[in-house]
Design a protein around this ligand. Structure first.
Ligand SMILES: NC(=O)c1ccc[n+]([C@@H]2O[C@H](COP(=O)([O-])OP(=O)(O)OC[C@H]3O[C@@H](n4cnc5c(N)ncnc54)[C@H](O)[C@@H]3O)[C@@H](O)[C@H]2O)c1
Length: 278
């Protein structure tokens, strides 16, 4: 680090101390930012839309079910932010291109992308139908890639962007229960996150992922309904409870905001401690 770099930093520190405000409280402020959330009508996407709106962002809520998207639109608007619902199947390149065009036509930019759209199909590995395998890969991997690729073009032009992929504890750890496609797909999301971080750092785009354990949503209701699986999985969560969607908001806001400007290519486990022991 050169002396002039240190001098410059010291000068900025002195000026801020003199002004009576360090500016650190604005690190998480998302006012004036535009966030695209795929799977935004879902169990985790909806609270995330509300969380980002609460920190000041306008929202483009993306998914296949217009009723769910409309509900989010109304809720975001109640918080005083703008919200554009856009129907889109993330596995279809034309849908994704059109979604990005609508977002830019409306808001002029995209600062944040959160990729929630995801599915799971449970079958034993030895009889996993190829069609189901392709369906899971299509949504969980190709859908994330297409959304990143199209939004990435906008962020590259802007020389600014925050991408948050939604992986899972299952991207790093298997489960002796019918998860072959899901685990593989989330492992791919982890690698996609790191690779995009490598390619797009030069454009000032930070690409990170969150990797939650079981959070109570429609996607995980099969776990809650299975007493044996439920007991064994819960016993592994050090903090002794299932996650709730609000447990993700702090991490999402961190990765979406200036607070994470020097952080890229990271997978953050939000898992009550599951991955800290074997
Ligand atoms: N809930 C959990 O415990 C948990 C844990 C780890 C990771 N995740 C991940 O979080 C994400 C969201 O999960 P959730 O619990 O909110 O599930 P959810 O089923 O409530 O929401 C998923 C959303 O994605 C949408 N979607 C599915 N396919 C789509 C497609 N082709 N195009 C557009 N939208 C599509 C669905 O309509 C739904 O609204 C998923 O990627 C999931 O793998 C969830």
């Amino acid at each position: 680090m050169s002396d002039s770099y240190l001098d410059e930093y010291q000068k900025s520190l002195d000026e801020r101390i003199k002004s009576g405000s360090m500016g650190y409280r604005k690190l998480f402020d998302l006012s004036g930012r535009v966030a695209v959330i795929t799977g935004g009508g879902g169990g985790l996407g909806r609270p995330t839309a509300l969380g980002l709106a609460d920190f000041g962002a306008d929202i483009v809520v993306v998914g296949r079910n217009m009723d769910k998207l409309e509900r989010v639109r109304k809720e975001v608007e109640q918080l005083g932010r703008k919200c554009l619902p856009v129907p889109c199947d993330v596995t279809k390149p034309d849908d994704v291109k059109n979604m990005v065009k609508e977002a830019v036509d409306n808001f002029g930019k995209i600062n944040i992308l959160v990729n929630y759209a995801g599915i799971n199909i449970l079958r034993p590995a030895e009889e996993y139908p190829l069609e189901d395998w392709k369906t899971v890969m299509d949504v969980n991997v190709t859908g994330v890639f297409l959304s990143c690729r199209e939004v990435g073009k906008v962020m590259i032009r802007q020389r600014q962007g925050k991408i948050i992929n939604v992986s899972s504890v299952r991207g790093a750890f298997g489960l002796p229960r019918n998860y072959v496609a899901y685990c593989t797909s989330k492992g791919a999301v982890n690698m996609l996150t790191k690779q995009l971080a490598c390619e797009w750092a030069k454009f000032n785009i930070q690409v990170n992922a969150i990797a939650p354990t079981v959070i109570a949503t429609p996607l995980t209701s099969h776990i809650m309904r299975d007493p044996e699986l439920s007991k064994s999985m819960l016993s592994r969560i050090l903090l002794g409870r299932w996650g709730v969607p609000d447990d993700l908001i702090g991490a999402i806001v961190y990765f979406a905001s200036d607070a994470s400007n020097f952080v890229t290519g990271q997978i953050l486990y939000i898992d009550g401690g599951v991955t800290s022991w074997t």
